[in-house]
Design a protein around this ligand. Structure first.
Ligand code: URA
Length: 182
């Protein structure tokens, strides 16, 4: 079991360590109110070393700014799995289990009061939802130290078009009330 987050940059707990370019740890302030959690880095993130710096990220941060009033630098952004799965496939159970302690440590260190999970993998890992995102998006659950909500992954919105973006916008208005509540 890893002892502290300093060990994350050199992690070899699963085979993704042999195909990644960089461990994408996360970025943002030390103790923001909101933490945003995606699935795993894509190619752009693997090359750049930061989460959501490609097309999905542009859509995500446009929607967060417009519906929640928060910029990228006002939330901590990370992924459930910190290394890119080859060809952007969904992380395996083993990879999720190997990477789990890192996200738990980040949550315990950053202590956000609101967490936004993006897509099926994060909704399951963070909120404990067993149903797909289509059934659970917008639902608010209590988690250690705060509340969490899931919405569609922005990559799904890029594929699915305006109808998915509209659902994300509605979910993010719910998130805004959580972020602004005392
Ligand atoms: N998709 C994710 O889930 N995370 C990223 O950082 C980029 C794309």
């Amino acid at each position: 079991m890893p002892r502290n987050l300093d060990e994350l940059a050199t992690c070899t707990r699963c085979a993704l360590s042999s195909t990644r370019r960089r461990v994408v740890i996360g970025s943002g302030p030390a103790h923001p109110r909101l933490m945003v959690i995606g699935e795993a880095p894509g190619r752009t993130e693997d090359e750049g070393g930061a989460p959501f710096i490609g097309r999905s990220g542009r859509l995500l941060f446009t929607l967060l700014e417009e519906e929640v009033g928060l910029g990228r630098d006002q939330c901590f952004v990370t992924n459930v799995v910190k290394c890119r799965p080859p060809a952007n496939r969904t992380p395996t159970k083993g990879e999720l289990a190997a990477c789990g302690p890192w996200l738990s440590m980040q949550l315990a260190t950053i202590r956000p009061s609101v967490v936004l999970a993006l897509g099926n993998t994060a909704a399951r890992a963070v909120c404990g939802f067993e149903l797909g995102i289509g059934a659970v998006h917008g639902r608010v659950v209590e988690v250690e130290g705060g509340v969490a909500m899931a919405t569609y992954h922005p990559a799904a919105a890029l594929r699915g078009g305006p109808s998915v973006v509209d659902v994300m916008r509605a979910d993010l208005r719910t998130l805004r009330r959580l972020v602004e509540s005392p």
